[in-house]
Each structure stands twice: as C-alpha cells, then as structure tokens.
Design a protein around this ligand. Sequence first.
Ligand SMILES: Cc1ncc(COP(=O)(O)O)c(C=O)c1O
Length: 443
Amino acid sequence: MTTPIEKKYIASRSKSEEKFKSAQSLFPNGVTHDARMMSPFPYYISHSEGSKKWDIDGNEYVDYKSGHGSMLLGHAHPEIVKVVSETVAKGSLPGASTELEVAWGKAIQDLVSSAEKIRFTSSGTEADMMGMRIMRAYTGKNKIVKFEHHFHGWSDCASATGGSDDNWEYGVPQQILDTMIVIQPNDISILENLLNKDDDIAGVMLEPTGAHMGLHPIRQSFLKELRQLCTDRGLVLMFDEVVTGFRVAKGGAEEYMGVTPDISSWAKILGGGMPGGCVTGKAEFMDIIEKASGSKGIYHPGTFNANPISAAAGATALSIVKNSNVNEIAAKRGQKLVDGLNGVLSKLEIPGLAYGQDSLVHFKLGVDADSVEDIITMTKEEEAKAYDGSVHHQLGLSLLNQGVDTWSAARFIMMASHTEDDVNKTVSAMENAFIEARDQGSI
Ligand SMILES: Cc1ncc(COP(=O)(O)O)c(C=O)c1O
C-alpha cells in the first residue's frame, strides 16, 4: 500500500519517475551506488550550490548527504570551481608528475602531523587496500583485525564482516575472508586474548571515532589502549580517516582523539569534491612502497593517481580548511541540529537520541538513551527496539517532501555552508515528519 507520505513524494517528481524507468534498463537496481537505491524511485539532481541542491522537477533541498561527506566547504565553492575550470583547460591527465601533486601533498602535511610520507590513490576504497598491503608487507604477516560494522570500502578484504552479513561477503573467496578477523570495539581484552592465540596478525584498522562515521562511537580510552597494545606487540595501527579527515579536526581524528596511528587512509574532503584518496604515515611504514635496487617495494600503479584536477581541487580545499574556520562552523551547526532534534524528541515524547562528533550527526530512534555512553553500552535487546529501516524510510521521504535531504533521517552530514536558517528549517521539518509518520500509523 502506498502511504500518504509516498503519495506526496510521487506527486511532485514526475520527471524523476520517468528518468528512473530508463535507468532501470541500464543499471542494476537502476542506480550507480548501493546507498542511492530508493523506493519508490530516486530523485535526480540537476545542480547544487552552497547548502542546497535541486532536482530535475525543480524541488529544492537543504542537503545533508553532503557528497557522502566530501563537501565540507559546500557545493560549487567558488574557489574550487575556479581552480578546476582553470586546470581542466590545461589538460586533465598528462600521465606524468605535476607541480600540483606536490602542492597537494604539502597541503596534507601542513594539516596532518603523522603524514611524514604520502601516496595518492583515486578513492577511499583504494587507500584502504593500500593500507592493508602496507601492514602485511611491513610485518610479513597475513591477518588484519577490523571491528564490527566499521566500513573500509568494498574491496575483498574490507568486505569481511566475520560472517555477520552474508550480503557483504557475497562473491569474496573464503580464503580471503579467513585473513580478516572481525572483533567488537571498546574492549581491549578481546584483542589481547586474540594476540595470545594468533601470531600471524599484521595490524589493526578502524574508523577512529567509531563505525559508520561515529554511529557506534569509539571511546578515546580504548583508542589509547589500542595504540599501546599495537606498539607493544609490533602491530601496525591504521586509522581510516576517509570521513573524519579534515572534518572532526583540521588534522583529522588523530588530532581530535589525541592518538597517533602508524598509517592512515584519507579521501572525501581530501579531494575538494573531486575523486581522490591517499595513504599517509610515518616514513618507516610508507617507505615499504619505495623500490630501491636489491630490495622489494609494494607495487602501486593507478592511472588517475594525483590527477591534476583532483590535486588542484584538493590542495585548494585543504588550504581553505587550514586558513578558515570551516570546521568550527560545521561543528557549531551540527551542535545546533543535535540540540534541535533532541528538543523535538522531548516535545513529541519519542524515545531516542541525536548525537555525534560535531559535524557528523546521528539520530537513533526508538531506544532509551540520554548520552553517547548509553549508545556505547547499549545491549542487543535495547538496540533491537530501535526504529527499523521502514520507519526511517517514511521519515526520510517526509523530509524530502519538505525540502530536506538526509540519510533516511538517521544521519545528517554538516557542511560549513549550512546556515542557522537551514538548521531551523530542518528541525521543524523533522517535527512535521514525526507527526505525519504517526498520523499514517508508521510509528
Ligand atoms: C570510513 C570509510 N572508509 C572508506 C570508504 C570508502 O571510500 P570511497 O567511497 O572513496 O571508496 C568510505 C566511504 O564512505 C568510508 O566511509
């Protein structure tokens, strides 16, 4: 049965509905990224600027998808548009070294204290693959520890879930899954016990503020214990800073959490809205990529590595991060949104909590939680009370109908271009969304 919220969505998006019909015969599920699958059909965006984007039916949205977290500066930032236009006119891929790649590398070093050396890739997935290769080559060991729900792209190794999600592991050889060990975070004894039984572990990788952009938060004390244990036992510690990098602090989560990894992967904000990733780290680890006569080095080609357009956009974006208060603005707006969303929950007596690392806002509904610590210590029984995907879907569609685009009303990624008015509009839209969802019996 089509709900009233869905009817409204369909009624004002006839061009998108039509476009989706063509897309279905072109792409599996009609989309080009799994997270863009959407029922009854996705909306098609024509352009975006600042905190807003517009679809082909003329609907305007305050955007909290934020280019999957890449667009800290906002859409079509004038300085990025200028530098990309100028650079593309000079030829987009010379297949040779450029001054721009050196400028991009220096811009990273200016912000990230652990970045003694850098190697560029074209995406976060590739950067994570490179990071795992470094861990294995450096230690001569095969296995890598990752944490439940932590996301490191879609390579074979990164797709291991320890058997908890068949979908993710579908198509990945068992031999590869056997080289990945997936454990619970926030309890160092689990890793200690593992290390006592297994001497083939090369390193540990994690999202340093917690899985899914901090949805399942990591305690700072755990990160410190992890750092110590890796040092004591000769394991390589890798932070996946693909989302947190240049966002939670100018220098990433290593600055925000006060813990220094051996190597890190970066993407998203790194490329200023263009595709790009990199691995950074202490020279001791990164030099494993170097080829010297008589010694081996990790093989690393990649047609678009440090391509001029990404390098120009990335270096410009990082210099804006360095020289302005974009992180603080996005964090301030995030805090205002958290306060507003929690206010709506109290007013409507809906259980749940809005929380996050400043500019990454999560909205967990249906659970009894008053603090981040309640989220960390939540039992499986309590977790099971959380509103499921179908409720979030209706809430997300209602927000879209009101001109607010979120990750299904569960995640809001802030940009420095969000205004206080954007946030006020979002909080009111969220209140209406709950009321509409209640009226149609979804919650
Ligand atoms: C923490 C994390 N690591 C890695 C990736 C993969 O990056 P990409 O999509 O650039 O391949 C993502 C993507 O969302 C991510 O959130």
